[in-house]
Design a protein around this ligand. Structure first.
Ligand SMILES: Nc1ncnc2c1ncn2[C@@H]1O[C@H](COP(=O)(O)OP(=O)(O)O)[C@@H](O)[C@H]1O
Ligand SMILES: [Mg+2]
Length: 399
């Protein structure tokens, strides 16, 4: 049985795609969507929305384009890779709007664009330029956009411009260089992270969209998701999805706090190793991750030191043990004890190097039976890839 079948779901509820079908109208997302719609309907010139990475800017944009039907009702130039010089930017916009030009001389481009805008205005058709990740627009290109926004008749604006970006864009617009552009912006909305109540509704909403299913996120689990994600939808998705995997391995249809803890630990290590530099996440999440990394590094170096100290003992004992131990195994399992010590040797007298908690996934690489009959597993934790010993009664092996 696979993961979705186990929870009776049609599809993965926490996919990381800006899918309008999953759009949850939180207070701030709702405000941004209606402001954007109002702006286009009223032919306001300039709209700006800013939000931290993962707060749902691209999802909002896709929802606007798909569900409000503007994709068909207006001419839209959608710029998704805005690291463009003014000329490159203009050419991209013209190509998107299917405007033919005779040559790429700047005056010719502007003239052709103006003619195109006037033609459309006479037909009552709106022309909108939308830039996602607009914080990447160079200053000169932003200035070019301001000049374009000057194109107007006595009665109305010929062009509407929507800038969507990270908060640094808002800050840049306050600088002297971009002051004039800043004054042009008629409507602005900040996309806020979800509140605790919204986080809970958001999770339920996505579950319903994915087929309802038979799983339940317990209240304590949702609270922890909110505090660790700070209400950022992308992080909520990442954590929820990992937690569901942990619950599945645990054959639990209730997503509990321990599954969330497992997910956070897993994700923070992953981020710390790979995406740490690539993804800019809210400060406290970073601090949390750094904390995990430092904690993890400290545990590792502590373990390494201890490992050196224990080497001679291990060597002495090893010869006698070799015959009994290392029945080579290759199977996966999961910790079933609430909390259990991991050791460097299969002996009750060996010190605990780390503690593992319920739900952690591991690979069994060997086993050892004491003369008393007590059994130990040699395991490799998925989360750090290192090997430890653990008593067999704290582990459930995959069937
Ligand atoms: N209002 C929302 N409703 C549903 N899902 C959302 C919402 N906001 C964000 N998400 C989800 O969060 C993730 C990140 O959203 P995205 O729009 O890519 O953020 P941004 O563009 O701000 O970085 C996506 O998986 C998306 O499905
Ligand atoms: Mg985006």
């Amino acid at each position: 049985m696979d993961y979705l079948e186990f929870f009776d779901l049609k599809e993965d509820p926490f996919r990381l795609t800006p899918d309008p079908l999953y759009f949850y109208p939180s207070e701030s997302h709702n405000e941004a969507l209606s402001t954007l719609t109002y702006m286009v309907e009223q032919k306001e010139g300039f709209f700006l929305t800013v939000g931290e990475p993962g707060t749902g800017k691209t999802t909002l944009l896709n929802t606007f384009l798909n569900t409000k039907g503007w994709k068909d009702r207006a001419g839209i130039a959608l710029v998704l890779t805005p690291r463009l010089s003014p000329e490159e930017f203009l050419l991209t916009v013209l190509e998107d709007l299917n405007v033919k030009i005779k040559n790429t001389n700047k005056n010719e481009i502007i003239r052709a664009f103006r003619d195109f805008l006037i033609e459309n205005s006479l037909l009552g058709r709106r022309i909108i330029i939308i830039v996602d990740e607009a914080q990447n627009l160079p200053d000169e290109t932003l200035e070019e956009l301001r000049l374009l926004s000057n194109l107007e008749t006595e009665k109305e604006k010929l062009l509407q411009i929507v800038l969507i970006g990270q908060p640094e864009l808002g800050k840049r617009l306050l600088t002297e260089k971009l002051r004039q552009l800043n004054q042009r912006i008629t409507l602005r909305v900040i996309l806020n992270p979800l509140t605790i109540r919204e986080t809970s509704d958001y999770i339920n909403y996505r579950l319903i969209k994915a087929g309802k299913g038979s799983l339940i996120f317990e209240d304590a689990a949702k609270k922890l998701i909110h505090s660790s994600s700070e209400g950022i939808p992308r992080l909520i998705n990442l954590i929820s999805s990992r937690a569901m995997m942990a619950a599945y391995l645990d054959t639990s249809k209730n997503i509990k706090k321990r599954h969330i803890l497992y997910a956070i630990r897993h994700l923070s290590e992953g981020y710390a190793k790979k995406e740490y530099r690539a993804i800019s996440i809210r400060r406290s999440v970073l601090v949390f991750m750094l904390f995990c990394t430092i904690g993890f590094a400290a545990a590792v170096s502590y373990k390494d030191n201890l490992f050196h100290k224990l080497q001679p003992v291990e060597k002495k004992e090893a010869a006698g043990r070799e015959a009994e131990q290392m029945i080579k195994q290759k199977t996966t399992g999961m910790i079933t004890a609430e909390s259990i010590g991991l050791k460097l040797q299969p002996s009750p007298n060996a010190e605990d190097i780390m503690s593992a908690t319920k739900g952690m996934v591991l690979h069994v690489t060997g086993e050892f039976t004491e003369t008393t009959g007590k059994k130990w597993y040699k395991i490799r934790l998925s989360s750090d890839g290192r090997e430890y010993w653990i008593t067999n009664d704290a582990v459930a092996l995959s069937p």
